[in-house]
Write a protein that binds this ligand. Structure first.
Ligand code: 5GP
Ligand code: MN
Length: 322
C-alpha cells in the first residue's frame, strides 16, 4: 500500500481527532501520542485531540498523555485519524469517525484488510502501528518525545523485539529512535515488566487454575468477575497473562479469557509457531494478528472453550497431517 502524506492530507483541517481501539494497549497509545505530538508541531494552528479510553498509569512517561480526552468530549472533526484498529473497535469514538469530513486509517491488523478510511495506510503483518506512524512522520519534526512514544508502541507489540513480527527494518527504526537519547531501560521496565502485587497474584491464580489439553498443545485459563472484584482489579491488570501461558513448553496455542458480564467473555489468543489465531478469532467475530488475536464470546466457560478449541484443533490437525 502506498504511503500517505499526512501533512498534505491534514493541512486544510481546522480540527483533527486521533483515536484508536477500545482497551488501548501500548501500541495504540504510543501510536496515538506520537501522531499527536508530531501533528501539534507540524500543524500549529489546528485543534488536535486524542480521544481514547483512559491510558494505564504505566504510560505516564509519554509527554502530554494527560491531555488525552477520555470523556470523548471532542466535537466532530474535519479529519479523524483511526490508529491500530478498524472502525468496529473505535468504541465511543465511532460517532466522531462517522461524522468526520475525512477519515484516515493507519493499521497493521490482518483483520483490517484494505482499511476503513477514505485514506488508508494498512500494512498487515508489520510489527506495530507505531512503526507505520514512524514511516509517515516528516523526520525534520522528530524529537525525543515523539521517538519515545513510537518506541513504546513498537516494544509493546513486538514483546520487546522478540515476536515474529519483528523485522530487520523494525530494529533499524528502533536504532534510529535510540539516537534521540530517551531512557529506554526505564521505559521497558516501567511499561512492560513491572507488575503490581495484585497483577502478580492474578497471574499466579491464572497459572494455577489453567488447564492443558490436546496433548499439552493448548492451554486455557479464565478469570471470572468474582475474582476480579475480590482483588479490586480491572481488566488491564490481566495484561500479559496470556503470554505467560503461551511460553509454557510444548504449548502451541494459549487461550486466556475473563468474564466481562454474565456468561460473556473477552478472549485473548496467542500461538507459537503455526496456528493462525487471527482466523480463530475472526470465526467468532473478532480479529487481530496471526500470533495474537482476540474476540468476545457468550456462553459458560465449557461451551466457550469447546467452541474455540474445535477451531484450533482443526488447524492443529491440518498441520499434523502435512
Ligand atoms: P489482546 O489479546 O491483547 O486483547 O489482543 C491481541 C490482538 O488482537 C491485538 O492486536 C488486538 O488489537 C486484537 N484484538 C483483540 N480483541 C479483538 C476483537 O475483539 N476484535 C478485533 N478485530 N481484534 C481484536
Ligand atoms: Mn498494534
Amino acid at each position: 500500500m502506498e504511503k500517505i502524506n499526512l501533512i498534505e492530507e491534514c493541512k486544510d483541517a481546522k480540527s483533527i481527532v486521533i483515536s484508536g481501539h477500545i482497551r488501548p494497549d501500548g501500541d495504540c497509545i504510543g501510536s496515538c501520542m506520537a501522531m499527536y505530538l508530531y501533528l501539534k508541531k507540524a500543524l500549529a494552528d489546528t485543534r488536535i485531540t486524542v480521544c481514547l479510553e483512559k491510558p494505564a498509569d504505566i504510560f505516564h512517561c509519554i509527554k502530554d498523555i494527560d491531555e488525552v480526552d477520555s470523556g470523548f468530549c471532542a466535537k466532530t472533526p474535519d479529519v479523524f485519524i483511526a490508529l491500530d484498529c478498524e472502525q468496529s473497535r473505535l468504541g465511543e469514538a465511532a460517532a466522531l469517525f462517522d461524522g468526520a469530513k475525512k477519515r484516515i486509517n493507519i493499521d497493521h491488523h490482518v483483520s483490517n484488510e484494505g482499511g476503513c478510511g477514505d485514506v488508508n495506510y494498512v500494512v498487515p503483518g508489520l510489527s506495530s502501528t507505531a512503526e507505520l506512524v514512524y514511516e509517515l512522520i516528516d523526520k525534520s519534526y522528530m524529537d525525543e518525545e515523539i521517538a519515545k512514544a513510537v518506541y513504546i508502541g513498537i516494544i509493546h507489540d513486538t514483546g520487546i523485539f522478540k515476536y515474529s513480527n519483528t523485522s530487520p527494518k523494525t530494529l533499524r527504526i528502533a536504532a534510529d529512535l535510540l539516537e534521540y537519547g530517551f531512557d529506554f531501560p526505564a521505559i521497558i521496565d516501567e511499561t512492560f515488566y513491572e507488575k503490581t502485587y495484585v497483577q502478580n497474584q492474578l497471574l499466579g491464580r491464572a497459572l494455577l487454575e489453567s488447564i492443558v489439553f490436546m496433548d499439552g498443545k493448548c492451554i486455557v485459563s479464565a478469570i471470572n468477575q468474582k475474582i476480579l472484584s475480590f482483588y479490586n482489579a480491572t481488566p488491564g491488570d490481566l495484561d500479559g497473562i496470556v503470554n505467560q501461558l503461551r511460553i509454557i513448553k510444548g504449548v502451541e496455542c494459549a487461550i486466556f479469557m475473563y468474564e466481562t458480564g454474565n456468561l460473556e467473555y473477552k478472549i485473548s489468543l496467542r500461538s507459537s509457531k503455526y496456528v493462525d489465531v487471527s482466523k480463530v478469532a475472526a470465526y467468532f467475530g473478532g480479529g487481530g494478528h496471526v500470533r495474537a488475536a482476540g474476540c468476545n464470546m457468550s456462553g459458560n466457560f465449557h461451551d466457550v472453550v469447546n467452541n474455540i478449541s474445535r477451531q484450533i484443533a482443526r488447524q492443529i490437525k491440518e498441520y499434523d497431517e502435512k
